[in-house]
Design a protein around this ligand. Sequence first.
Ligand code: ATP
Length: 224
Amino acid sequence: MSKSESSFIGIFGGTFDPIHYGHLRIAEEVVETIGLREMRFTPAGMPRLRYAPIASPQHRAAMVQAAIRNNPRFVLDERETHRPGTSYSVESLRELRQEMGENITLCFVMGADAFMKLAEWHSWRELFRLCHIIIAARPGHVLATDHDVLPQELKEECTQRWVSSASGLECASSGLIYVAPTTPLDISATAIRTRISAKSSVRYLLPDAVLDYIEMNHLYSGKE
Ligand code: ATP
């Protein structure tokens, strides 16, 4: 099956404050490994489980748009930045499921650090009814496949859900978990913001188009 006919759609939620090559490389590799038709980058408006983002939702969405411009499989999905109040991934997945119908398989992508905290998410068990979960290893964070280190509740919910190959995801339309092979890149938005405010270079940690946008709009320099 060619990718354009694939019924698998990726969703990559995040603060993207700013988007960087850690995000982009994971997205590219997951698209390729699973054969996704598209990857939808969904910047959170106001995330619940962390401090407020530094850049506005509009700036963060614009940076995602600048970063993905040349990749026809990457799509910006602005539903969470347009929605008032706290961003809940489960709401976006419910909406996508309704919009796209039951024949689509949604694959929600997250780093190992985010997965470890999944049981703190709003209506987290419902995620398994709506999508598969695709995990990317992240340097400095325990690998999610080390099941012994998972919080008890999460470990119990996930026991029967792990699949060891991308083709295993075809066994069901939701509810499976796959750790995708991805290139470990020790890049974080926090480190990028810190470097910018210290006037250090962040070139090659994120696309030039995003860096140009940051400079043009004086983001993260303490002047915004
Ligand atoms: P911050 O440093 O501000 O917390 P971040 O770099 O973690 O930001 P987010 O936008 O919060 O970026 O991350 C969105 C998603 O991407 C999360 O699921 C996170 O785990 C994952 N992610 C971000 N950077 C990486 C990376 N370098 N490797 C693997 N996963 C990553």
